[in-house]
Write a protein that binds this ligand. Structure first.
Ligand SMILES: *[C@@H]1O[C@H](CO)[C@@H](O)[C@H](O)[C@H]1NC(C)=O
Ligand SMILES: *[C@@H]1O[C@H](CO)[C@@H](O)[C@H](O)[C@H]1NC(C)=O
Ligand SMILES: *[C@@H]1O[C@H](CO)[C@@H](O)[C@H](O)[C@H]1NC(C)=O
Length: 292
């Protein structure tokens, strides 16, 4: 029984190395720097040997672990997509040496409080775009995670889970380049949730799973240009839509690029001429999108 398991594992390894080699030899001729292993049902990390690879796409596999030094040879890596796997462990030093990495997606995995080590992002000094939302981090842990993320000084875009958070930590003020924030997991937004983000110049804000927005939810975003709100249809209450429109009052007299609302739960919520819309007449808006 045990033996057959070992054999099976061994076969898988050989298969992977074989696969890797085949792709590389083809790549050498074409000098392609992109490795696309997306949607291949991979259960363990392939071995990446080529040192000129700039993009590795492992999206939609069955990976559970990112072993230490997985990308040791890939010093030129710019983009690494590990989204939609089953990741529950990222070993210490997994991203070591990736000083040129710009894009990292760990979105939609099974990462928990025990999955990451302190300093996990330490070498990612060029990282501009981090997606780590749709994971299983606990409320306590998202504070530690925020502190780890706050060391990524070049970050421009961030997707992160918020669970039961009262406020976003002020360590985010270190992210002076951050412009685009996507938040998932919180349903009810309070007036002071974003209080500590006044220090930033956020231009694009996406809120997923909204049920209620307090009137001054957006008061700390004076530079906001684009706002995207996705309602959780299942939990929407009678005042969901009116709370959303009420929160737009802080934009009166401002120039904005886009306001979008997805998953409207009420059939008549978006009827033109509804009193909700009055507030929009006072915002100089280029694009409105209401879906539902
Ligand atoms: C991955 O596994 C699923 C389910 O077993 C199967 O339907 C699919 O064809 C597999 N894909 C590949 C690329 O092997
Ligand atoms: C990459 O590998 C090739 C051949 O193995 C070697 O000649 C080259 O110096 C390496 N480049 C870097 C940047 O390490
Ligand atoms: C909005 O844009 C218009 C036209 O570009 C400009 O004249 C106006 O000063 C802007 N208003 C604000 C508040 O930025």
């Amino acid at each position: 029984m045990a033996m057959s398991k070992v054999l099976l594992a061994l076969c898988k390894c050989i298969l992977l190395v074989g696969l890797t080699k085949a792709t590389y030899s083809k790549m050498n001729e074409q000098t392609v720097n992109v490795i696309d292993y997306s949607m291949k049902n991979l259960t363990s990390m392939p071995i990446f040997q080529q040192n000129s690879t700039t993009d590795i796409n492992l999206r939609g596999n069955l990976l559970q672990v990112v072993p230490a030094l997985s990308f040791q040879q890939s010093k030129k890596l710019k983009s690494l997509d590990l989204s939609m796997n089953k990741l529950n462990l990222i070993e210490r030093g997994a991203f070591a040496g990736l000083t040129e990495l710009i894009y990292l997606s760990l979105r939609d995995n099974k990462l928990t409080s025990n999955s990451l080590h302190v300093g996990i992002f330490q070498d990612l000094i060029s990282l501009q775009d981090l997606n780590i939302h749709l994971n299983f981090f606990s409320y306590e842990y998202t504070l530690i995670l925020q502190s780890e993320i706050s060391h990524l000084k070049s970050l421009v875009r961030l997707g992160i889970d918020l669970r039961g958070q009262l406020q976003i930590n002020k360590c985010f003020c270190k992210l002076s380049e951050l412009q685009d924030l996507e938040l998932v997991g919180l349903r009810r937004y309070s007036d002071n949730l974003f209080q500590n983000l006044k220090c930033l110049k956020i231009e694009i804000l996406s809120l997923d799973s909204v049920v209620f927005l307090a009137p001054d939810t957006f008061i700390c975003f004076p530079t906001l240009k684009t706002l995207r709100i996705r309602i959780v249809y299942r939990f929407a209450t009678y005042d969901t839509i009116s709370s959303i429109f009420n929160s737009f009052k802080v934009f009166k007299g401002k120039n904005m690029t886009e306001i979008s609302i997805y998953n409207n739960p009420h059939r008549n919520g978006f009827v033109l001429g509804h009193r909700h819309f009055a507030v929009l007449q006072e915002i100089c808006l280029q694009k409105i999108k209401f879906d539902g």
